[in-house]
Design a binder for this molecule. Sequence first.
Ligand code: CA
Length: 230
Amino acid sequence: MEKANILIVEDEQKLSRVLQLELEYENYATEIANNGKDALNKLEDGNWDLVLLDIMLPELSGMEVLRRFRRTNQSTPIILLTARDQVHDKVSGLDLGANDYMTKPFQIEELLARVRVHLRQRSTIEQNGEQLSVGDLNVDIGTREVKREDKQIELTPREFDLLIYLLKNKNQVLTRDQLIEHVWGFDYYGDTNVVDVYIRYLRQKVDKEFNRAYIQTVRGVGYTIKDHVQ
Ligand code: CA
């Protein structure tokens, strides 16, 4: 298989070098951009499978890089690298179309796990084509459009990823641990309550106003999306 190409946008040289060594050790091809302008040039010229994007950058901020890149590219996964005091930036970064974020300082193992998840989601999306559905709920993976009864539903990137994973495995019961591993990309960080919280968000948006609920709780086990609701 061809190596996945990862662009590391980070102005702290020590960190970008560590990231590069670790990613290349995992057999990814990498390049480093150390300011915002350089990042935009490399994004436009290259064919990237994933981008690690620091927010605080010289020349052009990471948020501006994200905003400009997403005008023409909605599909390449982007993981933001943020400092602990940039909570506001995380939220607006996700709104601008980042897929995930890591708060510095982070464990390299956790970053690698998330990189694997986003690359895997990307390759299954490419293999499976663009549409997923159950009943009147339709998801276009390419445009990230979610509709029910032709009504547009707005989801955050994490809610979207959770819905996609449930739909890809519809009629199968998924445990909280499975959902954590495949949607969040790590199984040792935080606790599995986060799954219940996101399922609740998703139900609010996808099921609440409609008379059929697709997302089902399987008591003591986890969650499933069912074709046929009893
Ligand atoms: Ca920085």
